[in-house]
Design a protein around this ligand. Structure first.
Ligand code: TRP
Length: 336
């Protein structure tokens, strides 16, 4: 016996990012930065969800390049492999297999209610079954690893709630099989809006110049986009989403980077012009992204190492997923 307190077992988190390229400062400040700041508290799994990406058409020549890009950005932003596994969804076939089993207990009506499906399908001429089924695959991702927490943005909350409903139904029909996960919405961290249109969220898919601040944009591009950001003619620096969305967006970015209070930030800018605000925000953004870009381009020199990391991480966690899949197969009567 020792009188050393035993290490509490950390709860598991699971989250995913689609490898569609163009990760931007909204993804960083709204998600990645929080994951990095909180990573020591949990046992984390971060998945690059390539099977989700193909629910809408992707260029096969680009897809794996984007997978690697996301992996390198995760690491460059400070995700530590000591606390986190980073792997590619399609490398663990249990995701697809469990998704099928869950399909068979998920009523179509539940999926028809998903707002993201309604939005995304409205934009496609031909809607694949995969797009409709997307939340079921997401449920499989989460519950294969007994994740307690799912750190995501507000827009994914409905999918995590659906996951809970699927788990409750499965457990109820076939016996306790899966952990019921909870969504974890970051307290700090900004909802970053488009610089050209501060009333809609910054988007990965927009390629309009001056819309987003991509994590890999060179400093002069970052600066230019911020200097030409839409503001207003009130000439008053205030946090006021409704009447001054552009100025508020810039202040929000600055606040998320500096983690300072609103009051403190207003003290810095009151009485100064928008030009000064933009210049200060640009400097802060560049100072944040430059070291990330440096680490990214260092890693990019050696893609074989990234591929190796992704393989090792998948190999390490695959047994967890296979164990839970087998339990589901047994409870359904597919296996003895
Ligand atoms: N649907 C998520 C998004 O677009 C990505 C995702 C896939 C995910 N599987 C997940 C997030 C599991 C959290 C947990 O942002």
């Amino acid at each position: 016996m020792t009188d050393q307190p035993t290490q509490p077992i950390k709860k598991r988190t699971f989250s995913g990012i689609q490898p569609t390229g163009n990760l931007h400062i909204g993804n960083y400040l709204g998600a990645l930065k929080n994951w990095v700041d909180e990573q020591e508290k949990y046992d984390n799994i971060f998945c690059i969800v390539d099977l989700h990406a193909i629910t809408v058409p992707q260029d096969p020549q680009e897809l794996y390049r984007h997978v690697r890009e996301v992996a390198m950005l995760y690491l460059a932003c400070g995700i530590s492999l000591e606390h986190c596994a980073v792997f590619v969804q399609s490398h663990i076939s249990a995701h697809s297999e469990l998704a099928w089993l869950l399909n068979c207990v998920t009523p179509m009506g539940w999926l028809e209610r998903m707002t993201q499906f309604k939005d995304k399908s409205a934009k496609q001429e031909s809607v694949g079954t995969g797009l409709f089924d997307y939340p079921v695959l997401m449920a499989a991702d989460i519950i294969l690893y007994d994740a307690h927490y799912v750190p995501v943005g507000e827009d994914q909350k409905q999918h995590v709630e659906l996951t809970r409903d699927i788990v409750l139904r499965f457990n109820n029909l076939y016996g306790e099989t899966f952990v019921v996960p909870e969504v974890l919405i970051p307290k700090a961290g900004a909802r970053v809006m488009g610089l050209d249109d501060p009333t809609s969220k910054m988007s990965k898919s927009s390629d309009k110049v001056g819309h987003s601040l991509r994590l890999l944009d060179p400093p002069n591009v970052l600066k230019k986009s911020i200097m030409r950001a839409t503001t207003d003619s009130l000439n008053n620096v205030a946090f006021d989403r409704e009447n001054q969305p552009g100025v508020t967006n810039l202040l929000g970015i600055y606040q998320a980077i500096t983690r300072r209070s609103e009051e403190d930030i207003l003290n810095e800018f009151t009485g100064k012009g928008y030009g000064h605000l933009k210049k200060t925000v640009a400097e802060a953004v560049i100072a944040t992204l430059e070291p990330i870009q440096q680490r990214y381009y260092d890693m990019a020199k050696d893609p074989a190492t990234i591929d190796q990391i992704l393989k090792e991480n998948a190999d390490r966690i695959r047994p967890i997923a296979e164990h839970r899949l087998l339990a589901a197969q047994q409870n359904l009567g597919l296996r003895k």
